[in-house]
Design a protein around this ligand. Structure first.
Ligand SMILES: [Zn+2]
Length: 90
């Protein structure tokens, strides 16, 4: 059974969480028309890589907080979790 470590609650069954997609850094300077490509990539394109990727997760059946997890997409091994801008848990 897969477990995920919530930065607030600790390790919990993955069924308590909701996967909310790959983390993509938001483009800066959104008013610049030359940045349209960066915004299109931010909104519509994902890497969908086979390997470790950073993802958004939501602890729906727990504390209700959002956090980031670095998870290997083939083995589902979670390397660490953290709040956005925070320290990794492991
Ligand atoms: Zn939690």
């Amino acid at each position: 059974m897969m477990q995920l470590e919530c930065p607030n609650c600790g390790p919990r069954n993955v069924s308590e969480f909701r996967f909310r997609g790959e983390y993509v850094e938001r483009p800066h300077d959104g008013a610049d028309p030359a940045r349209r490509r960066a915004w299109a990539e931010y909104l519509y394109f994902r890497d969908n890589r086979a390997g470790v990727q950073k993802e958004w997760w939501y602890h729906q059946a727990g504390c209700g907080r959002w956090f980031l997890a670095e998870r290997h997409t083939k083995s589902h091994a979670v390397e660490n979790t953290r709040y956005w801008g925070g320290e990794a848990t492991s």
